[in-house]
Design a protein around this ligand. Structure first.
Ligand code: NAG
Length: 214
């Protein structure tokens, strides 16, 4: 039953989402990542060699492993997992959340996201850009959908005592993810600790302590 609802949700989302990536100039351009040509996206596999499996991804009925510090797991279906998505401006993800697990504040630099809850109760939120930085939140139940506008920082949290399953659709073949805490406190190499201390208006030891966690 849950699986059937999941795939109905997926089908509905695929119809709703329009591309922010550039429009295709041909029926398809199945990604050929081993081609040495660097273009925006991936070079195309010879169309005569394309198979059904180039347009296929299986396994979204399987729960992700949420045994990690944040208590959530994203199973992405982007061009990296499904080469047929190349040039099509769309992708998908399954997100699993342990009770009180979070998908920490993050942004997708290339996509708007629409998410629907398949199981459980999920708090969602996004923050508007400067100067207001208004937080817009809502608690979603099974069957609800919510949109995170392009580029804005957003998060989700399981606010129930059972697992949550959500399906997200994004209008890019490669939406990208920037997790705020990891990017700012876990960059490689580190952002200077005194700079972070000033940016976050905390003592240098606190900034250093957070950096040591990432
Ligand atoms: C889930 O992840 C944890 C932590 O990495 C690991 O110890 C555990 O074996 C994993 N469970 C499954 C079922 O893969």
């Amino acid at each position: 039953m849950a699986t059937r609802i999941l795939f109905l949700g997926v089908a509905a989302l695929v119809i709703i989402v329009a591309g922010a990536d550039q429009s295709p100039l041909q029926d398809f351009c199945v990604a050929n990542p081993s081609n040495g040509v660097f273009v925006n996206g991936f070079a195309c596999k010879d169309p005569r060699m394309v198979q059904a499996n180039d347009f296929y991804f299986g396994g979204l009925h399987l729960a992700g492993n949420v045994s990690n510090p944040v208590g959530s797991k994203v199973t992405p279906v982007t061009v990296a997992q499904l080469p047929g998505l190349n040039t099509l401006g769309i992708s998908l993800a399954r997100v699993d959340y342990a009770p009180w697990g979070i998908n920490p504040p993050h942004t997708h630099p290339r996509a708007t996201e629409i998410l629907t809850v398949i199981e459980g109760t999920l708090e969602v939120g996004f923050i508007t850009s400067n100067p207001d930085n208004r937080l817009i939140t809502k608690v979603l139940s099974k069957g609800d959908a919510f949109v995170f506008p392009m580029g804005l920082i957003h998060y989700q949290r399981n606010v129930g005592y059972s697992n949550v399953v959500a399906i997200a659709a994004l209008n890019s073949q490669n939406p990208g993810v920037i997790t705020i805490a990891n990017a700012v406190f876990g960059s490689n190499p580190d952002i200077p600790t005194d700079l972070l201390a000033k940016a976050f208006q905390v003592d240098k030891s606190i900034a250093g302590q957070i950096q040591s966690k990432f």
